[in-house]
Design a protein around this ligand. Sequence first.
Ligand code: SF4
Length: 208
Amino acid sequence: MDKSSQVNEVYKLLKKIYPKAITFLDYKSPFQLLIAVVLSAQTTDAQVNKVSPVLFEKYPDPKALMESKIEDVEKIIRSTGFYKVKAKNITGAAKKLYLDYNSEVPIDMDDLITLPGVGRKSANVVRAHCFNESAIIVDTHFSRVTKRIGLTNSVKPEVIERDLLLITNKTIQTDFSMIINTHGRKICMARKPLCGECVLSSICVFYN
Ligand code: SF4
């Protein structure tokens, strides 16, 4: 089976058990999703969802967040870890949005990755979920699962993204990213993957 066919097969099998792709971060606008994704580095989405309502209640837009006292922001986001760096990044991103983009989140990858704390993964999340752009979203779960099932040999996110873009139909890229992510969280965990319960076991390189 070539790799494109393998992607289609994996998608078909996983779609049956995850019919609706789930977004794990809570948000009400591109600005909120952008900030939430930056906060989600090195922590769980559930943890971010606990602090983000407080943060957005107090700072509802880029201008408000830009003008915040950084100590106040640090206090709110402290439980997400690396809070000093994250506070600097999100206030910096808010400032750039306000000054350079009229408080709107830009759609272009080249613009998004100039915002402090925003890498390709975060940019792809925003592009996919807020602007309906097709995207391969490479996070830790996606990297692990795609490598195990033999869709890439790389551990470098940018190479994995490129590999998967080449073999995944544009119409399913975002959904494929989401269901692989979900499978990584629920079945193909880092330490003890539940291979005995996995619908991909017959075609998984790691398992066979
Ligand atoms: S068979 Fe095991 S390693 Fe392969 S995708 Fe399933 S859970 Fe992951």
